[in-house]
Design a protein around this ligand. Structure first.
Ligand SMILES: NC(=O)c1ccc[n+]([C@@H]2O[C@H](COP(=O)([O-])OP(=O)(O)OC[C@H]3O[C@@H](n4cnc5c(N)ncnc54)[C@H](O)[C@@H]3O)[C@@H](O)[C@H]2O)c1
Length: 272
């Protein structure tokens, strides 16, 4: 198994990609802390991890609060004694609409930057001292294609996700001599509850995804949480022991230049 007796924290692990990552890690022998905003969802995934024969701890914590993050890390150390892997996956645009120069507000900017960028920073700052002690750690940060190739204007979210890439590269530079790795995954469109607040599941969403994939995704489909979990497993395991400071695009071949990618722009919806 690739992660035998490792301990991972997966933020936002109650659903979507975080759940996919938590379960794939558990299948590979990893104990998992499943963090989320709501304890019920985190507890459900923790149960699924236990059913795979691994230990799990569900922790409700808002990653944009340093007090809650510090408490989560303290509880993890108390329960498992170490943290080998951190997946900074929590994020999204829930509760915010728009985000272009006509609609973005200072309030939304603060909210989205706090969840998507400051949150990853806070969890890193709390976890890294423990990784330093053991001179080992694998940090995986989740960004977005919108950070590097926006096909719709969402200033706060895309800026936050671009910031996640800067955070990753700086961490990799500083921490490589200490045996701590930092890499980023940049997902394209992945079908998860992330999309529910933008477009509820149903025929309209199906048609939207179909048109989107036809126009912008050479592999011809939207991604699944497992499509993200595979590369996350690679970055969490010894398979990537000569890989740090890298950005891996997991986007079905979606081109980096969005000049031709006008479909989302015409829809005016955030995402991707
Ligand atoms: N789904 C996509 O198409 C897509 C594309 C690019 C990037 N992303 C990014 O990938 C990551 C995972 O997305 P997903 O699609 O699985 O989303 P999701 O909405 O299905 O799950 C997000 C999880 O994050 C948690 N979360 C949100 N804010 C939090 C906070 N402040 N503190 C703790 N937990 C919090 C939620 O409770 C939930 O468990 C996010 O960072 C998202 O921005 C998603």
């Amino acid at each position: 198994m690739l992660l035998e007796n490792r301990v991972a924290i997966v933020t936002g692990g109650a659903k979507g990609m975080g759940r996919g990552i938590a379960l794939m890690f558990a299948q590979e022998g990893c104990d998992v802390v499943v963090n989320a905003l709501h304890i019920e969802g985190a507890e459900k995934v923790a149960e699924e991890v236990r059913a795979l024969g691994r230990r799990a701890l569900a922790i409700k914590a808002d990653i944009s609060s340093s007090a809650e993050v510090n408490d989560m890390v303290d509880r993890t150390i108390k329960e498992f004694g170490k943290i080998d892997i951190l997946v900074n996956n929590a994020g999204g645009v829930t509760g915010v609409t728009g985000g272009d120069t006509e609609t973005a507000t200072e309030e939304d900017w603060d909210k989205i930057i706090n969840i998507n960028l400051k949150g990853a920073f806070l969890v890193c700052m709390a976890v890294i001292p423990h990784m330093k002690k053991q001179r080992y750690g694998k940090i995986i940060n989740v960004s977005s294609m919108g950070a590097v190739s926006p096909s719709v204007s969402v200033l706060h979210y895309h800026s936050a996700k671009a910031g996640v890439l800067g955070l990753t590269l700086n961490l990799a530079f500083e921490l490589a001599p200490l045996g701590i790795y930092a890499n980023a995954i940049v997902p394209g469109p992945i079908e998860t509850p992330f999309w529910d607040s933008l477009q509820p599941p149903g025929p309209e969403r199906d048609a939207f995804f179909k048109a989107l994939t036809k126009k912008e995704i050479p592999l011809g489909r939207v991604g699944t949480p497992e499509d993200i979990a595979g590369p996350a497993l690679f970055l969490a395991s010894g398979l990537s022991d000569y890989v740090t400071g890298q950005i891996i695009y997991v986007a079905g071949g979606q081109p980096l230049s969005s000049h031709d990618a006008t479909f989302l722009s015409s829809g005016g919806r955030p995402g991707g």
